[in-house]
Design a protein around this ligand. Structure first.
Ligand code: MTE
Length: 346
């Protein structure tokens, strides 16, 4: 990953976990009210009226980012994260405005503020998902149909970027395994490959002369990684729809791997016998491996990986914390790599 100059991050405070907990209770108790606001395009206002300062400072226009069929249905009944690891962490949440304004989404530009500034025109409705390869049920599906059978839940995960910054994000979504099972992979499906949409008319990074990626952005997982209960498909964050800059309408979240594995705005899933090519591995194989498991002992050739900068930060206050193997999720995923040399399979 190219390291850019430090982005202009607002000196916001860390949200105390208790504040969000109360808000989550509010979201569950009065989801109908919130969704009513969403339909009217005033979700920011209706949440703010209920004391939600986070959203008041960073309102989102839900009509633009959420397909209509989600309003009043899926987002009415989000199962809150349990109060225990691994689907929850008691660490302070990264505030909404940092999660949604400090992003990597090169299709919208390479600076951290570009995805939020340049994604106003991004179109997510209608959205279809093409499923191919080693499955009994290939085809092109409306996202609406794919989401019908899933139940939405919340997961509070750490996100560790390979650039050595990290966040704590309350996602809304469902286990990746619940999506995969719908297509009935065959015994030959050893890997799953994902692709991001290419929408040149709304994504200024696509045709930029500075673009370094051979679009579409691609990522992949081994099947057993994809079926691990921690692998998650997010359709929202902070109890709300995903804004474009965070990968609307649906993106992957693989919390034990570096953030570049968590591919955004997915339109294609392909099941294969062999390991797929992936964007960053293709660009710079000695720096970005296929596995990309968070590992404080395996350094990037150009910087160390044993510490990370927990966002938010200001120029005067930077929080450095120790990076943990598998981003702290080792108990749940280390067995996937039994017998593997993690330094060679970085
Ligand atoms: N997906 C696409 N399509 N394009 C990207 O540039 N960047 C990746 C990942 N998914 C990226 C992407 C990287 S490097 C990171 S760290 C995470 O998205 C950041 O997710 P966030 O912006 O929601 O924090």
């Amino acid at each position: 990953m190219l390291i850019k100059k430090p982005a202009d991050i607002k000196p916001s405070e860390i949200t105390p976990e208790s504040v969000y907990r109360n808000r989550r209770k509010f979201m569950t108790d009065s989801a109908a009210l919130v969704v009513g606001g969403a339909v009217a395009g005033t979700a920011g206002v209706s949440l703010a009226q209920n004391g939600d300062q986070l959203k008041a400072r960073a309102p989102v226009t839900l009509q633009r980012t959420a397909p209509a069929y989600w309003w009043g249905e899926k987002f009415n009944s989000i199962k809150p994260a349990p109060d225990s690891e691994p689907f929850f962490t008691g660490e302070a949440l990264t505030p909404y405005q940092d999660v949604t304004r400090y992003n990597n989404f090169y299709e919208f530009g390479m600076d951290k503020g570009d995805p939020s500034s340049n994604s106003d025109e991004f179109k997510v409705d209608p959205w279809s998902l093409t499923v191919s390869g080693e499955v009994a049920k290939p085809g092109t599906y409306n996202l609406e149909d794919v989401l019908k059978p899933v139940d939405l839940e919340e997961r509070i995960y750490r996100l560790r970027c390979v650039e050595a910054w990290s966040m704590v994000i309350p996602w809304v979504g469902f286990p990746l395994a619940d999506l995969i099972k719908q297509f009935e992979p065959t015994a030959k499906a050893q890997y799953v490959e994902f692709e991001t949409i290419v929408q040149p008319e709304t994504m200024p990074g696509i045709n930029s002369r500075f673009a370094i990626v051979d679009w579409p952005y691609r990522e992949g997982l081994r099947m057993d990684e994809a079926m691990n209960p921690l692998a998650f498909m997010a359709v929202g964050l902070y109890g709300d729809f995903l804004p474009p800059q965070n990968g609307a309408p649906m993106r992957l979240v693989v919390p034990w791997k570096y953030g570049f594995k968590s591919i955004k705005s997915i339109v294609r899933i392909n099941f294969r016998e062999t390991q797929p090519n992936t964007t960053w591995n293709d660009l710079q194989a000695n720096e970005y491996g296929f596995y990309a498991n968070v590992n404080p002992e395996v350094h990037h050739p150009r910087w160390r990986q044993d510490m990370e900068r927990r966002l938010p930060q200001t120029l005067f206050s930077r929080q450095y914390i120790e990076t943990r193997l598998f981003n702290g999720y080792g108990e749940h995923v280390a067995h996937l790599y039994d017998g593997m040399d993690l330094a060679r399979n970085y």
